[in-house]
Ligand binder design. Structure first.
Ligand SMILES: [Zn+2]
Length: 386
């Protein structure tokens, strides 16, 4: 019932305009209600609002005074999910030859939005491209085109459109464009085209020298061709680009240094990272190395000292693991209970958080699944970090 009443709102509005229109016509031509108008009223009385709306929309003449009302009605229908009806209204508007160019652009933009909502991306793209040439809708149309190309994962077109947007609006887009290049590079890598991937990564770094993802990809590609030196250079570049992401390269760097037989250099690097940026991952890796090289007690001493400086649940969990081996049975049972609780607690804890919308995730996404921003998810720092 409420739904039906809501539908009456536009009908009531339409009836009001019609009434005014007819009064005007009646005054000038001395005519009475047209058969179509009565038909529309009849549909309304018979609780067939869809048919009534169609008739009333046809009846309201499109002129400079009613164009905005038609546009508003179309948007209203689209937001209600009645996209086909919105399309009809906007197509009807565009078909009017007397429309002012600005009104035509408005109607074209809304029609393109209708098509996008209906999943008719080709038609939406064509209209938005026409609007890019207009003076009034250029930036809006480029934004919408960019959304479409990202949705279609057409990164070549996304790059071109983002560059056009930069020129048209002075919006800084270099971070996003670098990510589009990285998406292309990922695609080439999956296809086994590693040289093409490497070239694309260089474009990403050229447009955004702080693109962490490009350095990660470059390092991974270097590892594929067994170039550990090259991989180390790429991975360690992240320290200058954004040290928040250093946790991502600790393990691959360990593999590189181990393969090259330069474990001592790796230890020095970890100590450097720990001193300047903290982080749980380097501390845990160092603890393991101390354990292997100097024994259990030295490792416990090291982690306890570090935990005083930077308390963390992951560190505590690791400490529990080591403590379990050196206690009597009763204490061991108590510690096992604590360990179980800790494992449960840490199991579902997110490791990354979007600084734009607060979305959290277990794995790193370069585009936030929630707010769709690029490069906004970062490793969580602090006591409950990974
Ligand atoms: Zn987000």
């Amino acid at each position: 019932m409420i739904e039906w009443l809501w539908l009456l709102l536009p009908i009531a509005a339409a009836t009001g305009w019609l009434s005014a229109w007819h009064q005007e016509r009646q005054r000038s031509k001395n005519t009475f209600w047209s058969p179509d108008y009565l038909k529309g009223l009849n549909y309304l009385l018979n609780e067939e609002p869809d048919k009534a709306i169609d008739i009333f929309i046809k009846l309201i003449e499109v002129d400079s005074d009613t164009v905005e009302t038609h546009l508003a009605l179309g948007v209203l229908f689209r937001r209600r999910g009645e996209v086909n009806r919105a399309i009809r209204i906007h197509q009807n508007l565009i078909a009017r030859p007397a429309l002012h160019p600005h009104q035509r652009s408005n109607a074209m933009f809304e029609l393109a939005e209708d098509y996008r909502c209906a999943g008719l991306l080709d038609r939406a793209e064509q209209l938005f491209q026409e609007l890019v040439a207009s003076s009034t809708h250029q930036v809006l149309a480029l934004h919408q085109l960019l959304e479409i190309y990202q949705q279609e994962q057409d990164w070549e077109k996304a790059i071109n459109t983002a560059q056009q947007l930069t020129n048209a609006s002075s919006e800084a887009r270099h971070v996003d464009i670098a990510q589009y290049y990285c998406e292309q590079a990922e695609y080439y890598r999956k296809q086994g085209q590693n040289n093409a991937a490497l070239n694309t990564i260089q474009y990403a770094l050229k447009i955004d020298s702080n693109c962490v993802r490009a350095s990660l990809l470059e390092g991974q590609l270097a590892l594929v061709r067994h170039d550990q030196e090259g991989a180390i250079l790429a991975f360690q570049r992240i320290e200058q680009q954004n040290p928040d992401y250093l946790t991502e390269v600790i393990e691959p760097l360990q593999i590189c240094y181990q393969t090259l037989g330069r474990q001592n250099e790796f230890v020095l690097y970890l100590l450097h990272i720990l001193k300047h940026y903290g982080g749980i991952r380097p501390m845990l890796v160092l603890t393991e190395i101390v354990k292997q090289e100097e024994g259990e007690q030295q490792a416990v001493d090291f982690i306890v000292k570090e935990m005083h400086k930077r308390p963390s649940l992951q560190g505590l969990d690791h400490l529990l693991d080591m403590a379990l081996f050196n206690v009597d049975n009763i204490t061991r049972n108590h510690l096992l209970l604590l360990k179980d609780l800790m494992t449960q607690f840490l199991k579902n804890k997110p490791a990354y958080k979007c600084r734009h919308c607060g979305f959290t995730a277990r794995k790193l996404h370069w585009q936030c699944p929630s707010c769709k921003q690029w490069s906004t998810l970062k490793p969580i720092q602090g006591i409950d970090s990974e």
